[in-house]
Design a protein around this ligand. Structure first.
Ligand SMILES: Cc1cc2nc3c(=O)[nH]c(=O)nc-3n(C[C@H](O)[C@H](O)[C@H](O)COP(=O)(O)OP(=O)(O)OC[C@H]3O[C@@H](n4cnc5c(N)ncnc54)[C@H](O)[C@@H]3O)c2cc1C
Ligand code: FES
Length: 285
């Protein structure tokens, strides 16, 4: 399988946020909003699917947020942001089209699309994991000829909690993707006629060719172990599995040590790792 994700060459400036303008804001769920940003100097961000940026607002500090759009879509960044605390709360409250925010990055490793090229890809996202996965799904859609079968599995807590519902509806109809969704529970006041159960309930019926498949997993920590067991049952080796891991981050550039997994820095060596590189590390999965 492909090369391990390499430590990225951090773009300049590492420390000074680039001024960006909010182009649009949309509600994704009651607690998540989608912000589309462009650089004020009109230049592209130069990101790759799987990377993150540090978003800053005056007086509220900054936070790492995954890039949710593929560079193949245009010179903008889509960020799907959950209202969690100070910075993300302020983003939800005050950011409207025309507002200014700062962006450092893009930072971190990306999904190794070179390793996936020519084979089948199985993209498995849970909850907020659809944020970075959306960038990879868009990339696969836009470069469809480069991949074999593209399968997307997505699990959310309830139908209402699903991120990117319009995209999910479009992917479910698309002849180019096999997109399957599930929810942990479907309360009676929420319309849902799909699968109910955790994401691994979508996996046994899948036909996976272990000779030509790369799997990518992004989701809450509890998901990884169970999904990895299902992939092992389908005879995928650990070097055929790519994971994106979330850790508390401060600097995003390898200086503060907040994000370490043993000797690795999640912000520099990750957040995207090949499973065989990290599965033996304490606390990684
Ligand atoms: C690589 C990476 C990508 C991320 N991508 C996204 C994304 O696409 N969308 C999104 O909504 N969020 C994402 N997050 C999480 C996001 O960075 C945090 O929710 C954010 O830092 C909260 O900032 P705040 O100032 O609003 O909250 P704060 O006021 O700083 O904190 C609010 C609460 O959230 C907790 N918290 C802060 N960071 C994390 C974290 N990394 N994991 C768990 N709890 C945390 C704090 O301990 C505190 O309890 C990502 C995190 C990382 C490391
Ligand atoms: S976030 Fe500071 S070292 Fe990784």
């Amino acid at each position: 399988m492909g090369r391990p994700p390499t430590r990225q060459q951090a773009p300049a400036p590492l420390y000074r946020p680039v001024p960006c303008t909010v182009q649009s804001v949309a509600d994704l769920t009651p607690t998540e909003k989608l912000f589309r940003l462009v650089r004020e100097d009109g230049r592209p961000f130069g990101h790759r699917p799987g990377q993150f940026v540090q978003v800053s607002m005056l007086g509220a500090g900054e936070a790492p947020i995954s890039v949710s759009s593929s560079p193949t879509r245009g010179p903008y960044l889509d960020l799907g942001v959950r209202r969690a605390g100070e910075l993300t709360g302020l983003m939800h409250e005050v950011l409207a089209p025309g507002a200014e925010v700062g962006i450092r990055g893009p930072f971190g490793t990306s999904f190794d699309t070179d390793a996936m090229r020519g084979g089948d890809v199985l993209l498995i996202a849970g909850g907020c994991g659809l944020a970075p996965m959306r960038a990879l799904i868009q990339y696969c859609e836009d470069r469809r000829d480069e991949f074999g079968n593209v399968t997307v599995l997505y699990g959310a807590r309830t139908p209402e909690d699903r991120l990117y519902k319009d995209d999910l509806a479009e992917w479910s109809r698309s002849p180019h993707l096999d997109c399957r969704c599930t929810v942990d529970e479907a309360p009676p006041d929420q319309q849902w006629d799909g699968n109910v159960g955790v994401i691994t309930t979508l996996m046994p019926p899948l036909e996976v060719d272990p000779q030509r498949t790369t799997a990518v997993i992004v989701g809450p920590p509890v998901m990884y172990r169970f999904v990895i067991s299902e992939l092992e049952a389908k005879r995928l080796r650990h070097d055929q599995v790519i994971v994106s891991l979330e850790r508390h981050m401060k600097c995003g550039v390898g200086k503060c040590g907040h994000c370490t997994i043993e000797h690795l820095y999640c912000c520099l060596d990750g957040p995207v790792f090949r499973l065989d590189e990290i599965i033996h590390l304490k606390g990684a999965i």
